[in-house]
Design a protein around this ligand. Structure first.
Ligand SMILES: Cc1cc2nc3c(=O)[nH]c(=O)nc-3n(C[C@H](O)[C@H](O)[C@H](O)COP(=O)(O)OP(=O)(O)OC[C@H]3O[C@@H](n4cnc5c(N)ncnc54)[C@H](O)[C@@H]3O)c2cc1C
Length: 458
């Protein structure tokens, strides 16, 4: 094998290229990258737009020079148009529109995802120039920054209160703008249980964000310099900037046209070695399905963490390795002002749909010994399977200082190793009074789940 071609230069594509070169420095690795921003941390966009990160250039995980020094050839602003797996050829067009064909021995598709465009009247006719934005790429981020720098924005309306919509709401508040957040579902952050979502909403409202749930935006029109937004339930608002943050769908066009089978969530089907059904074609990141370790089946879970891991495995196997993706347990965390909310594993509703008999217990526990100043409570929700005691999921919410993110990571490790709820109490976790308790909050919550499970079963 002499030439590895990778389509996509973000988390998955770059991880694949770096791993391939690490293992096989003799292999030529070329990345075809649709935009001019290879290896940028799009996860950092809300912090750049909220002016916590002053310079967008610092969002680069690595500079172009560093990537090239690692042996990656970058064809920036090149779009892969057509993949011919039988001839091992990829048709591309460059920035001037000139077409070319690249030969390969092995190819990795890492084309990511595209934002979902909800059915809103008037949306097709409006773009960044009119103040209607998406937030998915560095180009999107720079377009939002340009609209903001024009100085005419006072009010922002965000469609979608998932983790990206919420992070962006905070960013706009940091810039002193009025923010309305509209969500179709009954509560914000629908990836956690509604009672935790309610606490997130309280935080947003305490920062003067107008949160409107159970409401769909149905129409956006421009009236002079203002956008007029209408929605169900009589919603009518005016804003100078509208952000659409209603989720993503896998970008499968290139692979599907070449005959790739699609799987969970319409993403490219891959096996655990990240192989597609096309010969010598691997896939990784937001464009492919994800093996879920607890469900033992594939799902669509587009996350940067997963994209890095899958890309690394695709890169390793592309140069002759034989590594399997261990699977995701769906670990996520988001900071909402001074609050952190996180989840790992399954919620009861998801576990039940998968055939478990789940019970979720709710606990409110101190993050460290109450006698040491500054103790704060953490909300913990543990979900386990009643008949077997198996740990299925954990959700947490607490102040930034309460170590929620690291505690959820302990739970993620427990889920990864298929532990029971009761096993959490056996873990030898760290303790000193300013930071914890002899029984960590997660362990006390586990013991509470066991008590609830016993009385539930009796
Ligand atoms: C605002 C925001 C915040 C986020 N925060 C988090 C977070 O905190 N934690 C987390 O885990 N995840 C987060 N994510 C999700 C995470 O960013 C994605 O899961 C991750 O970027 C996926 O990486 P990827 O390489 O699969 O795809 P993408 O990042 O979507 O990149 C796709 C690449 O493919 C290229 N491409 C596509 N089609 C073609 C083509 N035909 N020809 C050439 N090139 C092509 C694109 O130019 C790009 O380089 C966030 C996402 C956003 C938008």
């Amino acid at each position: 094998m002499t030439r590895l071609l990778i389509v996509g230069g973000s988390d998955a594509g770059i991880s694949a290229g770096l791993r391939a070169r690490e293992l096989a420095p003799e292999v030529e690795v070329t990345l075809v990258v649709g935009d001019a921003y290879p290896n940028y941390s799009v996860c950092g966009i809300p912090y750049y737009l909220g002016e916590e990160v002053p310079d967008w250039r610092s969002l680069a995980h690595r500079t172009r020079d560093e990537l090239e020094a690692a042996g990656l050839e970058l064809l920036l602003e090149h779009t892969a148009r057509r993949l011919d797996p039988s001839a091992r050829r990829l048709a591309v067009s460059g920035p001037s529109g000139a077409d070319g064909t690249l030969a390969y021995d092995v190819l990795v598709v890492a084309t990511g995802a595209r934002p979902v465009q909800p059915p809103i009247a008037g949306l097709d006719a409006l773009g960044p120039g009119e103040g209607v934005h998406l937030v998915h790429t560095m180009d999107d981020a720079l377009a939002i920054a340009a609209t903001l720098s024009e100085g005419a924005v006072e009010e922002v309306l965000i469609v979608g209160a998932g983790f990206i919509g919420i992070e962006m709401a905070e960013a706009f508040v940091h810039r002193g703008l009025g923010v309305t957040l509209v969500e179709a579902l009954p509560e914000v952050l629908p990836t956690v249980d509604a009672d935790l979502g309610r606490l997130v909403r309280d935080v947003l409202e305490a920062h003067h964000i107008d949160v409107i749930t159970t409401t769909k935006v149905t129409e956006i029109r421009r009236s002079g310099t203002t956008l007029v937004i209408h929605g169900t339930g009589g919603l009518e608002r005016r804003a100078q900037l509208v952000l659409i943050a209603t989720g993503v769908r896998p970008d499968t066009e290139l692979a599907a046209r070449a005959g790739a089978t699609l799987g969970a969530g319409g993403a490219i089907a891959v096996d655990r070695r990240m192989r597609t059904n096309l010969p010598n074609v691997f896939g990784a990141g937001d464009c492919v399905e994800t093996y879920h370790r607890i469900l033992d089946t594939t799902t669509y879970l587009p996350l940067g963490t997963t994209a890095h891991k899958q890309g690394r495995i695709a890169g390793e196997n592309a140069v002759g390795g034989d590594r399997c993706f261990a699977g995701s347990v769906g670990t996520q965390v988001v900071r909402v002002f001074d609050t952190v909310v996180a989840r790992t594993g399954l919620r009861a509703v998801e576990a039940e749909a998968a055939g478990w008999h789940p019970l979720t217990s709710a606990s409110t526990l101190d993050d460290h010994k109450a006698y040491y100043p500054g103790a704060r409570t953490i909300e913990v929700r543990i979900t386990g399977d009643v008949p077997t005691g198996r740990l299925l999921g954990l959700q947490m919410l607490g102040n930034l200082a309460t170590g929620v993110a690291k505690r959820i990571d302990t739970a993620a490790a427990a889920l990864h190793h298929r532990m029971n709820v009761g096993d959490l109490s056996d873990l030898d976790l760290s303790y000193t009074p300013p930071l914890g308790s002899p029984w960590d909050a997660m362990q006390s919550a586990a013991q509470q789940w066991q008590r609830a499970s016993t009385s539930h079963g009796s």
